[in-house]
Design a protein around this ligand. Structure first.
Ligand code: 8ID
Ligand code: ZN
Length: 348
């Protein structure tokens, strides 16, 4: 039976207290499903949302979270292909209009009417959450829901960004912010896609994980080395074919074109508050550089990202914590002290 009340993490104002309390269980509309979220990842986006870092209006009070993996417990009357008991996931994109030019072209993340989990609609830092059935991720039943959770934003996002980078098998891709949640997944997807990687982040723990466990060929510590010089040195002086910027810091967005190879692509993914990208116009032109943004992924990217995981190609580090301890995770994240992802068990 579905309870009427449930535990959730709720905040009323940006930067204000985050309260662990009982709230009503939501009811799905005709084209929606209700998921009993077993595990939710904690993405840096959730921290940005709580702090109010971005020029994008949000729902308040808010239940954050957008990497929820769980079991379907109720389906709306129009939903035909998802049944109670199926495993499903909630991602950043909760629904989109389906009718605009972007939706029609399968670019639903840029739909102007998109509803965002844990931002414009209550998300996965609660035990029961609602998602539009068309946008729910289908999760094969044999996959572990805790390891699955980070794939639902982190995995999809880095997989899409790597596709957008236009890199080809054998090319070298720099992953900036490689030791974080998205970065550790990016190293694994890049490897599975046939790319060579240079990881940029800081600290011995992240260096060890990136090179010993995740397949990075080189680790560049941005606190100890000149990143531009080091990347050039490791790429025969030419720079990397592509750069994926995941760091929550402005500086890498100002340096990346300098260690990107001519004809290469810089993909912006991280969203540090108020940051600007800078690149010399002259060198961008005469070196034929591409600079682009990449924003989550569409429904097909979602299922492809899940397939890579299902085939055993993706193993990124994560720690399991308790939903009740979310504020502690934010503290560690703010200090850059999480190697990989935190995944929260919503039952405790
Ligand atoms: O669709 C999108 N574009 C999308 C989707 C999901 C997340 C964008 N994001 C954004 C988040 O909002 C956030 O701004 O990507 C960014 C990274 O999210 P995350 O991986 O969840 O954050 P994290 O786990 O805190 O990892 C950040 C890493 O960056 C490193 C830190 O050490 C940490 O490991 N880092 C920093 I801060 N400054 C750095 C620098 N100068 C750096 N690494 C290299 N160079
Ligand atoms: Zn996210």
């Amino acid at each position: 039976a579905i309870p009427t009340m449930q535990w959730a993490q709720v905040f009323e104002k940006n930067g204000g207290p985050i309260e662990y309390k009982q709230i009503p269980v939501p009811t799905p509309g005709p084209d929606e499903i209700l998921i009993n979220v077993k595990y939710t990842g904690v993405c840096h986006t959730d921290l940005h949302a709580w702090k109010g870092d971005w020029p994008l209006a949000m729902k308040l009070p808010l239940v954050g979270g957008h990497e929820g993996a769980g079991v379907v417990v109720a389906v709306g009357e129009l939903v035909k292909d998802i049944k109670i008991g199926d495993h499903a996931g909630i991602k950043w994109l909760n629904s989109s209009c389906g009718q605009c030019d972007f939706c029609m072209a399968s670019d639903e993340p840029i739909c102007e009417s998109a509803v965002l989990s844990g931002y414009t609609r209550d998300g996965t830092f609660q035990q029961y959450a609602v998602v539009n059935a068309g946008h729910a991720a289908r999760i094969p039943k044999h996959l572990p829901l805790d390891a699955m959770a980070p794939i639902l934003c982190g995995g999809i996002t880095v997989y899409k960004a790597l596709k957008e980078s236009q890199a080809k098998a054998g090319n070298t891709v720099v992953i900036t912010g490689a030791g974080g949640g998205l970065g550790t997944l990016a190293l694994q997807y890049a490897k599975a896609m046939g790319f060579r990687t240079i990881a940029v982040d800081t600290g011995d723990e992240k260096a060890q994980i990136c090179t010993q466990k995740l397949g990075a060929e080189v680790f560049v510590d941005f606190m100890k080395e000149d990143v531009i010089e080091s990347v050039k040195k490791h790429t025969g002086g030419l720079g990397a074919h592509a750069v994926i910027l995941l760091a929550v810091s402005e500086k890498p967005f100002q340096q990346a074109t300098e260690y990107c190879r001519s004809r290469g692509t810089v993909v912006c993914v991280g969203l540090p508050a108020g940051a600007k990208i800078t690149a010399g116009v002259f060198s961008t032109v005469v070196r034929m550089l591409t600079i682009r943004g990449s924003y989550v992924g569409n429904r097909l990217d979602t299922q492809e990202a899940i397939d890579f995981f299902a085939r055993g190609l993706i193993s990124a580090p994560y720690k399991v914590g308790k939903l009740s301890e979310l504020p502690k995770v934010y503290e560690l994240m703010e200090k850059g002290q999480i190697a990989g992802r935190y995944v929260l068990d919503t039952s405790v």
